[in-house]
Design a protein. Structure first.
Length: 712
């Protein structure tokens, strides 16, 4: 961690660059009026007591927010966002304080200072805007401001003798400030100091002393030699817009050949780009595209007895054709992949790759680096297991290997290789089963060179582990949304994600389904159930995705009762998807994604508010922009089989509405318009027609309301 910054004596009241002194300079400055700090502490020790700091520093800084684990981990923001920082700042007695927020890009040497303003009860607030990708640092510094205290007290003095003495003391402060001012400002301060001690009328001199012009200049050159800095320099990771708002479509490239039974190629995927772009997706996510192992290859439905033409699981990575830096020959060549990446960008789409740190038994790593794997007493490698599941076709890496540094370096080079091919977004398979320390190092190294790289953690694991991965550097994370289906579950979970400290660093990405997860709600909810989960994912969360064709076509048959695995899973075979089927959800998905793009309220997770409904099968929530220019209200019938109705009890304050005010709601799905009034409004949703409303609120002007009255 860097040394604490100490404000020097050339700050402004607004924003000005200032260098951070080195340790020797800090000690020298702190001891300017007496012994150097080190010598003073030694003298105190000789006298029989010790104090770790300079006892003349009277300001206390506590409760800095946002701050994650005492500054151990950074918060996250996207380009152009404003970071609001608050802190408890106090001192003994009645002296007034000055407090500044300092910030800089991490690789800059100079700090920028912005004033913090007092709120109530010793709470202070300041802010700054991040304008470049990468890492910023920030901290809080404060000091007893003797000039402010003097100015405040001067205005309350009544005895002429007291006032005259106070003016002389003020003149001395101005003289000290002039020593650090620019030539022009120094001359002005010296002249004002002389005026305060002059023989001019006392009231006039007081007027000069309390002028706003003098206050502004003294704030520019404060006496902050005894400033206190917060214990930690805090950091913020700044990502690009897609870290905050993205729409993912997962597909297996091998399933898109126009010829039945034939392995698809990257060229075949290019033909799908117009359709996927038309649905409004800006990220296409591929499962691993590498050569697939032949040893212990799995057959259809995960059987251990594959047929000769079985293609195996893409997550069994590596064969004689290559490993993590190669593509499956049947998909095409690297040149074809790069062409696909470029073509996708023409449609506003990024290609995201699955990075799975594991190997098939015939991966080149197994032979070249046997020390990177865990060997059993019988001379075989321990394959992956998650009892009762067994993955005989996968060897996990041993992160306790003596050769761990070489292993880390090689794994980092995998990301670097695909970045060279034009990839910037990575979905990482099971990161919670790999070394935490490695992830912090690896992601930091990659983002230092490629700050717009995005890492999505596929971490369906314990909550604290998921949060740890986010703290270590993961940009986004899968969540428990897939299994939160009731109204209390959704409200509790979304409140946790959006209203607690975790929202500073944990960015959720909601998926109604994945190739591994077909939950019970989708199995039995039918078309209405799929729409419910789609709308919830797309409106509750600014980042969401679907396992594309299976969701479009509402695939809902499990491998067996009680299982969340798909029957005839695409993980183990080439599928042929009839994406043009007339009952497809394609048009509705496209409409919802257009609504997301056109309404900034849905492009962030802040300002989420749940509104009570007197029916547990109906959930209602709103999102809005900070300036209330865009307000979205969503009402969903969670029962996919029966019509439900109820009274929505709106929190008008959360919507920027006045009590008793009428307003128009425009259903962006059906294009219907309704005039609502006050807090209580009635809704009825038939799941067989459409189980949801997505309303955009229009706050009606006085003219519109007067016109309604005129019409009677």
């Amino acid at each position: 961690m860097d040394k604490k910054p100490l404000i020097n004596n050339n700050n402004t009241a607004d924003v000005e660059k200032s260098a951070v002194p080195d340790e020797a300079a800090v000690i020298e400055e702190a001891g300017a009026a007496g012994e150097p700090l080190a010598a003073a502490n030694a003298a105190r020790h000789t006298a029989g007591f010790e104090y770790a700091g300079d006892g003349r520093k009277r300001v206390v800084i506590e409760g800095v927010k946002p701050e994650i684990d005492d500054g151990q981990f950074p918060i996250k923001r996207v380009l152009g966002e404003t970071i609001v920082v608050e802190a408890d700042v106090m001192t003994d007695g009645h002296d007034l304080l000055s407090c500044v927020l300092q910030y800089r890009r991490k690789d800059d040497s100079a700090w920028t200072s912005a004033p913090m303003k007092p709120l109530v009860n010793d709470r202070w607030r300041g802010e700054f805007t991040v304008r470049e990708l990468g890492r910023y640092q920030y901290t809080v510094t404060a000091w007893v401001d003797h000039f402010k205290s003097w100015r405040h007290d001067l205005s309350r003095r009544v005895q002429q003798e007291d006032i005259a003495i106070a003016l002389r003391a003020g003149a001395e402060m101005l003289a000290r400030a002039s020593a650090q001012a620019t030539a022009e400002d120094a001359a002005w301060l010296k002249a004002r100091a002389r005026a305060l001690e002059s023989d001019q009328e006392l009231g006039y001199r007081v007027h000069l002393a309390v002028s706003e012009e003098l206050a502004a200049l003294m704030e520019r050159y404060p006496d902050n030699r005894l400033a206190t800095a917060h214990d930690h320099i805090l950091e913020v990771v700044v990502d690009d817009e897609r870290a905050r708002f993205s729409t993912w479509y997962e597909m297996f490239p091998r399933s898109y050949s126009p010829t039945p039974g034939q392995h698809g190629t990257f060229k075949d995927v290019e033909a799908q780009l117009p359709r996927i772009a038309d649905m409004g997706f800006d990220v296409i996510y591929f499962p691993p595209i590498h050569p697939i192992g032949r040893i212990n290859r799995k057959g259809k439905n995960n059987t251990l007895t594959p047929e000769p033409d079985d293609v195996g699981s893409p997550w069994a990575i590596g064969a004689r054709e290559g490993g993590h830096k190669a593509v499956h020959p049947a998909l095409g060549a690297l040149e074809d992949f790069r062409a696909l990446v470029a073509k996708a960008k023409d449609y506003g789409i990024e290609i995201a790759l699955d990075i799975a740190f594991q190997c098939a038994p015939d991966h080149p790593y197994v032979k070249a680096h046997p020390e990177w794997f865990r060997w059993r007493p019988d001379g075989t490698v321990q394959y992956a297991e998650n009892p009762p599941k067994k993955y005989q076709d996968i060897y996990p890496f041993n992160f306790e290997t003596e050769d761990w540094q070489a292993l880390w370096t090689e794994l980092k080079s995998i990301f670097e290789f695909w970045i060279e091919q034009g990839v910037r977004i990575f979905r990482v398979d099971n990161p919670h089963t790999k070394s935490f320390a490695m992830w912090e190092w690896l992601i930091g190294e990659v983002k230092a060179k490629q700050p717009n790289a995005i890492f999505l953690a596929e971490a369906f694991t314990r909550p604290k582990v998921m949060h740890r991965l986010a703290k270590l550097g993961y940009t986004q994370s899968y969540t428990y949304f897939t299994w939160r289906n009731t109204k209390p579950e959704l409200i509790e979970y979304l409140t946790e994600l959006t209203q607690t400290e975790g929202q500073e660093y944990f960015r959720p990405n909601f998926w109604p389904n994945t190739p591994d997860i077909l939950n019970e709600y989708l199995q039995y909810g039918g078309r209405a159930g799929a729409i419910v989960r789609l709308v919830l994912a797309a409106t509750l969360c600014s980042n969401y995705g679907i396992y594309g064709p299976a969701f479009e076509l509402m695939e809902n048959t499990p491998l067996k009762p009680g299982s969340e695995e798909y029957l005839d899973s695409e993980k183990y075979e080439i599928k042929r998807w009839n994406v043009n089927r007339p009952d497809s959800l394609r048009e509705l998905i496209g409409l919802i994604n257009r609504i997301r793009r056109r309404n900034p309220a849905l492009q962030q997770n802040a300002n989420l508010h749940f509104h009570p409904v007197n029916n547990e099968e109906i959930i209602c929530f709103s999102k809005h922009t900070d300036d209330l220019s865009d307000i979205i209200l969503v009402v969903v019938n969670l029962d996919p089989h029966h019509t439900q109705s109820g009274w929505v009890n709106l929190s008008l304050a959360a919507l920027g509405l006045e009590s008793g005010q009428s307003f128009q709601v425009h259903d962006l799905l059906s294009q219907a318009h309704y005039l609502w009034h006050g807090t209580r409004n009635f809704v009825e949703l038939n799941p067989h027609i459409l189980p949801t409303h997505i309303f955009r609120l229009h706050r009606r002007t006085h003219t519109e309301r007067d016109f309604d009255y005129f019409l009677g």
